[in-house]
Design a protein. Structure first.
Length: 605
């Protein structure tokens, strides 16, 4: 506490000049008073002076600028006009204790402007005394630090909240999960962790663009927030993955009810930029303490259960089980092994002939990737293709398959002088990138192949799904002159409108109808109907999965054009197929010699 006021003056030396020295208080001149007033006026921090009864007796312009109160409005009032109500009695008691004992106080206080806005300020209060050391006034100097508080809040928000959706991010989610587990241990309750992954979100990103994708993620966040309790934590885990923490759960049925509510909330389309976007979610659920006893285990197990929900057909939820853990570990192992196999070129191609039933010649050879694992043996495409799609390896696998198959086709056409074609099954995800048609053009040009030498087999589901970029890609491929086949025709729903739109050349009957074609009258009728419909639309019809002479005879009777299956020829490696190609006169396609007693009406290598 300052007992007396001191000022600076100059002490003259021999030269008449001197250094500033501290002296007792001289008489204030009119000039000194004017200077002091100007200094107070120009001072950027707010200043208020009160008497010992806390009545305001003076303020400066900065006080008015910060608080909104003019001099006339403030004088005679007490600082209570600035009270925000945020501080309790203990806060002010501590302030006065410091003032009485030390003569000053400094700290952060929340005050209220005249317009009602609450703001933080850094406040310093000094006790002013007269020459005898007796207190006469209190001097308050404060600075508005609301901008600093805003910066601090912004930094906090950036550190703990997702910038796109405004939801808690992974770090804040982990803190809240740990807190929920601690509470559950104390109260002997449960915690449920949901791991949500949006189904086919990448297709939306690829077809409609990342801007629409980001808007969709924000809309999903809002809908989840509106659906769940305020006490539940919803976080964006990353990409198109969301997590939900349900705290203080006493019954598993509560969790199931919430899971059903989450699934149901996606039934209504999301309206984004004039697009009605339908999307679903696959949800994995892990319970504490039943399925995991810490954050790391719960996250891993909920993620595992989410993949099980996807395997069940998506748009559903699944609770974690110990059996899932083993399946998930196998999936992760296969994914890593597939990545290694592609980098080490340990994947090869197999070729399965398709024959024309009019002359028994090979028209087309279907190409399929073949993976011979060093420990697990042959891993069929039906097992590793889905893993490639989920992990993003499908693009590398698809490009490699296209390039290698075209290279091999060009070599055989040149060596044997035959008009041979290849057929590739194309997952919809390859088309949705909008780049596959460019890759096709490059491969055909690089190996000097005619456009008609390549056939692409696509499923009917690819045609009806709302993937704008995939449809554009198909249109460009069709305009190139590449032949298109609808695979698995008869399974699910295929719009006949797309047959016309994309100049489809062939339809391939789903193999499930071929299996029982001899024993099931319904299957016989379906197959005959598909063949007749195809011919009426000027399409060629191929049947796959033929395993017996009886099935083949039935298809010939119905007028099917092409056939494929293990009865005709198993998938062959390159050397085996080359032997077959070498067994026919130059310039002619190979002949499958039907009706041979030695081969039981089948040619096999």
């Amino acid at each position: 506490m300052r007992k007396r006021t001191q000022v600076l003056s100059r002490s003259k030396g021999r030269s008449g000049k001197g250094r500033p020295q501290i002296r007792g208080k001289p008489k204030a001149t009119q000039s000194d008073t004017g200077l002091a007033e100007r200094i107070v006026t120009l001072f950027k921090d707010g200043i208020l002076v009160t008497d010992l009864e806390l009545n305001i007796v003076e303020i400066n312009q900065a006080f008015t600028r910060v608080t909104g109160y003019t001099r006339d409005e403030a004088l005679g009032k007490t600082p209570r006009i600035l009270s925000s109500g945020r501080h309790g009695r203990d806060f002010y008691c501590q302030m006065w204790d410091d003032l009485n004992e030390k003569g000053h106080w400094q700290g952060i206080i929340w005050n209220r402007r005249k317009n009602g806005e609450i703001y933080p300020e850094c406040l310093s209060i000094e006790t002013i005394a007269d020459t005898r050391g007796e207190p006469t006034h209190y001097l308050g100097i404060f600075s508005d630090i609301s901008h600093q508080e805003a910066i601090k809040n912004q930094v906090h928000h950036m550190a703990y909240y997702d910038n796109l959706t405004g939801l808690p991010n992974r770090e804040l989610f982990s803190d809240r999960l740990e807190l929920s587990i601690s509470q559950a241990i104390r109260e002997r309750l449960m915690v449920a962790l949901f791991f949500l992954d949006l189904d086919h979100f990448k297709d939306i990103n690829d077809s409609l663009g990342h801007t629409i994708g980001d808007q969709l993620l924000s809309a999903v966040a809002r809908r989840l927030t509106d659906t769940l309790r305020e006490s539940d934590t919803i976080a964006r885990f990353g990409g198109d993955e969301f997590t939900v923490i349900l705290s203080r759960i006493s019954d598993k049925r509560q969790v199931e009810n919430v899971a059903k509510k989450v699934i149901a909330t996606f039934k209504k389309p999301f309206r984004i930029d004039n697009h009605d976007i339908y999307i679903s979610t696959s949800t994995g659920i892990c319970l504490f303490p039943e399925h995991g006893d810490n954050c790391e285990n719960m996250i891993r197990h909920a993620d595992t259960a989410m993949y099980q929900a996807k395997d069940k057909g998506k748009n559903c939820y699944a609770f974690y089980t110990s059996e899932m853990g083993e399946l998930h570990n196998n999936r992760v192992y296969l994914r890593d092994e597939l990545r290694r196999a592609l980098s080490e070129q340990a994947v090869s191609l197999l070729f399965q002939p398709q024959i024309d039933l009019l002359d028994n010649h090979i028209n087309v050879i279907e190409v399929m990737p073949h993976w011979q694992h060093h420990d697990m043996g042959v891993i069929p495409p039906i097992k590793f293709i889905p893993i490639a799609e989920e992990s993003g390896l499908i693009h590398e696998l698809g490009s490699w398959t296209l390039d290698t198959a075209c290279n091999q086709l060009a070599a055989w056409r040149h060596k044997f002088d035959i008009d041979l074609r290849i057929a590739l099954k194309i997952p919809g995800i390859l088309l949705s990138t909008g780049k596959f048609d460019t890759q096709i053009q490059r491969a055909l040009s690089l190996y000097n192949l005619p456009k008609s030498s390549l056939e692409l087999e696509i499923t009917g589901s690819v045609l009806i799904e709302k993937m704008q970029e995939a449809h554009k890609s198909l249109s460009r491929i069709s305009q190139l002159g590449v032949r298109l086949t609808i695979d698995d025709f008869g399974a699910g729903f295929t719009s006949l409108n797309y047959i016309k739109r994309y100049s489809i050349d062939k339809i391939k009957i789903n193999r499930s109808y071929i299996c029982d074609i001899k024993s099931s009258e319904c299957d016989r009728l379906l197959v005959r109907t598909i063949i007749n419909m195809g011919h009426n639309l000027s399409l060629r019809v191929i049947a796959e999965g033929i395993e017996s002479a009886e099935q083949l005879e039935c298809l010939e009777e119905f007028g099917c054009d092409l056939a494929q299956g293990s009865y005709i020829s198993n998938p062959l490696n390159g050397l085996e197929l080359e032997k077959l190609l070498a067994r026919q006169p130059p310039g002619q396609t190979p002949l499958i010699r039907m009706g041979s007693k030695e081969t039981d009406s089948i040619y096999k290598i």
